[in-house]
Write a protein that binds this ligand. Structure first.
Ligand code: MN
Length: 255
């Protein structure tokens, strides 16, 4: 099995190294990742400047291909240019920080998995809810490997991807795995307004994973309760209910 491993934290990030270490016995691993951090870039693609692929070495060891672009760029370049055949599965992670609820829409980690799904490759995004209290990346990567192994035993349907989130706690304190849906409401977010040395205001987005209310069955609640969350996602954003409804509206153009 040939696995494409990517992320949005950048090719030197600890999460991708830890996950590579854990999954190397599952198959042949090709790492193609952004050369600098791309967290929060969502599903952006690069077409206004040239993309370059660089062979990246760390401690004299080849670790993968660095791309001066987004996670989605990495998946496209990996499939079209770097890998001889397309990957059998694409794994994006291990991201430093949970990707639950509407954060999925901003996430470069999830976007890489979405890009893979669009291209017809089975894909999994894996994120780790890192906190000030707990940040054992190696332990989380081990947990991630166990989940990935369970997933790849099955055939993922085309056009779908799985979004995995691991709670910030030691493996022995994780309560289990829950199949969830995306929490679809907003989070408590604010801007911290500050003043720069020349007296002008600047703003810093202050985000949390604390929701306005608790909703059972969601990715957010599962992770907050100490469970690994697995959410199947689709990139077809059509609102079928709304489609039915607005079809009945008057769309006739008088001539
Ligand atoms: Mn990230």
């Amino acid at each position: 099995m040939h696995i494409l491993l990517t992320n949005d934290d950048g090719i030197y990030a600890p999460g991708i190294a830890a996950l590579k270490h854990q999954i190397q016995t599952l198959g042949q691993i090709t790492v193609v990742a952004p050369d600098i951090e791309q967290s929060g870039v969502g599903h952006s693609i690069t077409f206004s400047h040239p993309l370059r692929i660089r062979e990246v070495r760390l401690n004299n060891e080849f670790i993968g291909y660095g791309v001066n672009g987004s996670p989605a760029d990495c998946v496209k370049l990996a499939a079209f240019e770097i890998m001889k055949k397309g990957p059998d599965v694409v794994i994006s992670g291990l991201n430093m920080g949970a990707n639950v609820g509407i954060h999925i829409l901003y996430s470069g980690t999830v976007a890489a998995a979405v890009e893979a799904a669009i291209m017809g490759f089975p894909s999994i995004a894996v994120s780790f809810e890192i906190t000030d209290r707990y940040a054992d990346v190696a332990a989380a990567a081990k947990v991630a490997r166990d989940v990935i192994e369970r997933i790849i035993k099955h055939k993922l349907p085309k056009g779908s991807l799985l979004n995995v989130n691991i709670p910030a706690r030691p493996p022995e304190q994780i309560k289990g795995i829950k199949v969830t849906r995306q929490f679809a409401h907003d989070f408590k977010e604010t801007f911290d307004k500050r003043t720069d040395p020349s007296g002008r205001a600047y703003y810093w987005l202050m985000g949390t994973n604390k929701s306005i209310h608790r909703e059972e069955g969601t990715d957010l609640t599962a992770v907050n309760d100490g469970y690994i969350s697995i959410t199947p996602l689709r990139y077809d954003l059509t609102d079928h209910g709304m489609h039915k409804k607005i079809e009945t509206w008057d769309w006739n153009i008088e001539s």
